[in-house]
Design a protein around this ligand. Structure first.
Ligand code: GDP
Length: 425
């Protein structure tokens, strides 16, 4: 049984928490796209962690964690994260990494930084983790697959020389920075080889066999549908496909094996980086929600940047769930809204005088104005509740309205940051 856990919004929906929770009853957790450019916050019996590259199953000793071929493997970050787990007293995780995954190189990070610098006021708000240059290289066929480290060294040297020649033209002429040196980059690759050696495998083969053996597999998405390269708010998106449809490519399994797709929907909106955000809040209202949001405020798990916050946007969320192909919803961070007298939900956009509930193409987003419905708040703490029927009436009304509007069952409710704060319906 293969289940994908993916974001319906702009990321930071709480996918890590849901994955960590479901890992307990699963055999395998797979990361299939993105790199260490976003973080998953996990709070469990070991403490609080921000994972960037490792799958969220690393806390369960019976789980095999897979970094699939679709992931941008930043080996320095991987090493750092593994050390962080060790230092926190967590047993070494079962980890395997695809021999077809590509390596995120130090020059990808440099190029990301230089490009943001060059764009200046028009910058994307990149996390400067090298993700856009990495995926550009992958599709331009000048990336480095992990298996190359274990093959003919002369071929690898030739490949790398060719890449560096191209990179140095950009670095010298466009960015006017110091060129990168072949020897340094090659030595770094050999160092990466040492770190990667214990983990490298044909993970697609491993997963296809696991499917035959009826293992329980979770595919863990990074970011959300609205950051997907094709279906998100382009160009303010990430440089990989965040939708569940891509998971079969990024993990190397047949698409028809993904039987369940859990779209994680946040009870209010949050977004990092620039880009149109129709239901965004500003001023005091935003500051209060930002301060009370998440487990200790809405600040990026990777960058610490304050997240932009807003009301739940059902136009965007319904579209996000549709593009994910959601079979059910996990509705998260609901407890955070307990301080509000009134809660708004954006149910439509007004674009040039016309109201629509269809999410527009990115070029129309800046003309979209939110239409809101107002709900009475429940004004209490719901974190200790474990039974749906025990939730306050106004809270259930809020959940059921969202469910009816999206038209997909909300089966899981997350009412607190810790692993056990979950209500099943
Ligand atoms: P992810 O990338 O989708 O895993 O999300 P992040 O970890 O970046 O952000 C989600 C934030 O919400 C983190 O601070 C979590 O600890 C927190 N969180 C997750 N679920 C809940 C919840 O139900 N209630 C509260 N208060 N916080 C939650």
């Amino acid at each position: 049984m293969v289940t994908a856990i993916v974001g319906a919004n702009w990321g930071d929906e709480g996918k890590g928490k849901i994955t960590d929770h479901l890992s307990n009853t699963s055999d395998i957790v797979v990361r299939f796209q993105g790199g260490s450019n976003a973080g998953h916050t996990i709070i469990n019996e070991y403490g609080k962690f921000a994972l960037h590259l490792l799958p969220s199953g690393v806390f369960c000793k019976n789980v095999t964690n897979v970094i699939g071929n679709g992931v941008a493997v930043n080996v320095d970050e991987l090493d750092k994260e593994l050390k962080m787990l060790k230092d926190s007293g967590i047993p070494d995780p079962n980890l395997i990494i695809s021999d077809r995954a590509q390596i995120l190189m130090p020059y990808h990070i440099l190029l990301d930084i230089y490009e943001e610098e060059r764009l200046s006021s028009k910058k994307f708000g990149s996390t400067k983790s090298g993700i856009a240059p990495f995926y550009s290289d992958k599709f331009a066929k000048i990336g480095i697959q992990i298996n190359e480290l274990f093959a003919n060294a002369e071929n690898l040297k030739q490949h790398l020389k060719n890449i560096i020649e191209v990179k140095n033209v950009l670095i010298r002429h466009l960015y006017k920075k110091e060129e990168i040196r072949f020897e340094e980059v090659f030595d770094k690759l050999m160092y990466y080889k040492e770190i990667l050696t214990p983990f490298v495998q044909d993970t697609s083969n491993f997963l296809q066999n696991a499917i035959k053996d009826n293992k329980k597999i979770l595919l863990e998405g990074q970011l959300g549908a609205l950051k997907d390269t094709d279906f998100g708010i382009y160009p303010m998106v990430t440089s990989s496909n965040t939708i569940a449809g891509y998971a079969s490519v990024g993990a190397g399994i047949p698409p028809y094996e993904i039987k369940e797709i859990i779209a994680v929907v946040k009870a209010y909106s949050s977004c990092v980086g620039t880009g149109d955000f129709v239901s965004e809040l500003f001023g005091d209202e935003a500051d209060t929600l930002r301060k009370l949001g998440g487990d200790c405020g809405e600040y990026g798990a990777t960058t610490g940047r304050p997240r932009r916050v807003g009301w739940l946007d059902l136009v965007a969320t319904k579209y996000g769930c549709k593009m994910q192909g959601a079979t059910c919803i996990a509705f998260t961070v609901l407890d955070v809204l307990g301080y509000l007298d009134e809660i708004k939900i954006c149910t439509g956009y007004e674009i040039n005088g016309k109201v629509t509930n269809k999410f527009p193409t990115p070029s129309k987003l800046s003309q979209s104005k939110p239409i809101y419905e107002v709900f009475k708040g429940w004004k209490c703490d719901i974190r200790e509740i474990s039974n749906y029927n025990d939730l306050p009436y106004e809270c259930k009304k809020y959940i059921e309205f969202v469910e009816n509007q999206i038209g997909i069952p909300i089966k899981i409710i997350s009412n607190g940051p810790s692993r056990q704060s979950i209500i099943y319906r």
